[in-house]
Design a protein around this ligand. Structure first.
Ligand code: PMP
Length: 449
């Protein structure tokens, strides 16, 4: 019988001193150590990591090259504010990001501390550059929890409740959710009705010449890894170009190799005007970045988007090491290969288990959508919550979002053996769920989001 005494002690104390609004809970896992794709808890129990700290640990936990880069930099300089002075490490990282982000045009890069502040920055830039205040984001989007970022996010009611007025002049268009198409269409009879609605809006209440930017996730991550079809993205891009609206890709979750390309939008062969980055950029060091066309990046007055701590040299060195590891270990190709294998394995499970309604993904960003009924596609929160909880008991970190979608986002360098063990655990947990062997009390803890 595995022990979780130390974990439970920390969780009890956490509840006393840390507010609940800082977390979506799944199970009482107190993380103590992490190496590669293995995480250890406060009682010494080990887990295979299918979450990568929410798509942050793309090169795994504590990659030796990232650790060394952090140690070396810490001995020289922890921080000196780039708000007033200059840091060579930022210049080196900016140069590198300019080469790996899509778009061969002249660019500049601004740094921050979290995906959320990067989204605030892109809103400021879109407004400043175009002189147009209206911004469009999508249904099912999540862009962060600062006031700007939450104003363009639509995925969680609780995150928008009780906090008063959000940013004005934000509008939302329909994200193309082909599995649960709100227009009742399928692949054969789809005429991009979701995008048609935006065009109707442009003619009825939303003057396109007042819209500065459209902010889109290449895959709607926290909405349950919803993947838009190519024709939707092509047409969205055309709409932007026709109306001189900036096309802004939020790559916070899908960037840095997650989809098997450096950035998610590259899967669509689209070159955005601005790219927001975060999460995987620095393997867990707090860093975000905005890359944009030079002329766009000149549109804000100084110091319009400055943070005392942004782009601290340790985070920049960690980012440079992370990018180097992705290159040296050929992780883009490896991710495409292992991603295809994992997706195929879930598709095989889908044939066996009727609770799996949909399996979708690019690279190692895969969603397994659990349903109650094949016809209605009603979300199966209970199955998702119970299966994830049981996986944790069996030694796998697995979470779900959108109430029903298992989130498969392991480190990109996870081994085939680790993947196979994780898949076996998931299948066992699924069988135990279907046999009624996971108690309801699990639902009091495994809330997810
Ligand atoms: N954009 C996307 C697409 C995200 O998935 C997230 C985080 N889930 C954010 C922005 C916000 O990033 P952070 O939590 O680092 O502020």
């Amino acid at each position: 019988m595995r022990k979780i005494e130390n974990c439970m002690k920390v969780v009890e104390e956490d509840i006393r001193v840390i507010p609940k609004f800082t977390r979506s809970s799944y199970y009482p896992l107190v993380v103590k150590k992490g190496h590669g794709s293995i995480v250890e808890d406060a009682d010494g129990n080990k887990y295979i990591d299918f979450l990568s700290s929410a798509a942050v640990l793309n090169v795994g936990s504590c990659h030796p090259k990232v650790v060394q880069a952090i140690i070396d930099q810490t001995k020289e300089l922890i921080h000196y504010t780039p708000g007033y002075m200059y840091l060579e490490e930022q210049v080196d990282l900016a140069k590198k990001l300019i080469t790996i982000t899509p778009g061969k045009y002249k660019k500049k890069v601004a740094f921050g501390l979290s995906g959320s502040d990067a989204l605030d920055g892109v809103i400021k830039l879109a407004r400043a550059y175009t002189g147009r205040n209206k911004i469009i984001s999508f249904t099912q989007s999540y862009h962060g929890s600062t006031y700007g970022a939450i104003s363009v996010s639509t995925v969680s009611l609780n995150m928008r409740r009780k906090i008063g007025p959000l940013l004005p002049d934000i509008f939302h268009a329909n994200y193309p959710d082909c599995y649960r198409c709100v227009f009742g269409k399928n692949e054969e009879n789809c005429n991009l009705e979701c995008l048609e609605q935006l065009k109707i809006n442009f003619k009825s209440f939303l003057p396109p010449e007042e819209v500065g930017g459209i902010i889109v996730e290449p895959i709607a991550g926290d909405a349950g890894l919803v993947i838009p079809p190519q024709k939707y993205m092509d047409e969205l891009y055309n709409v932007c170009k026709e109306n001189k609206i900036l096309f802004i890709s939020d790559e916070v979750q899908q960037g840095f190799g997650r989809t098997g390309k450096w950035f998610g939008i590259e899967n669509y062969n689209i070159v955005p005007d601005i790219i927001a980055m975060g999460k995987g950029i620095a393997s867990g060091m707090p860093l975000s970045a905005i890359a944009g066309r030079d002329k766009i990046m000149k549109s804000l007055e100084d110091p319009a988007h400055l943070f005392t701590m942004s782009g601290n040299p340790i985070t920049c060195k960690a980012a440079l090491a992370t990018i180097q590891v992705i290159e040296e270990e050929n992780l883009l190709e490896y991710t495409r290969k292992t991603g295809a294998y994992v997706k195929e394995s879930f598709l095989k499970m889908k044939d066996k288990y009727s609770i799996i309604g949909d399996v979708r993904g690019l690279g190692l960003s895969i969603g397994v959508d659990l349903i109650k009924n094949k016809e209605t596609k009603e979300r199966n929160y209970e199955a998702a919550a119970k299966i994830c909880y049981r996986c944790w008991e069996k030694g796998l970190i697995l979470t779900f979002f959108a109430n029903s979608v298992l989130r498969i986002q392991p480190p990109l360098n996870i081994t085939k053996k680790e993947i196979d063990t994780a898949l076996e655990i998931i299948e066992e947990a699924m069988t135990e769920y279907l046999n009624g062997n996971i108690p309801d009390k699990v639902l009091e803890v495994a809330k997810g989001w």
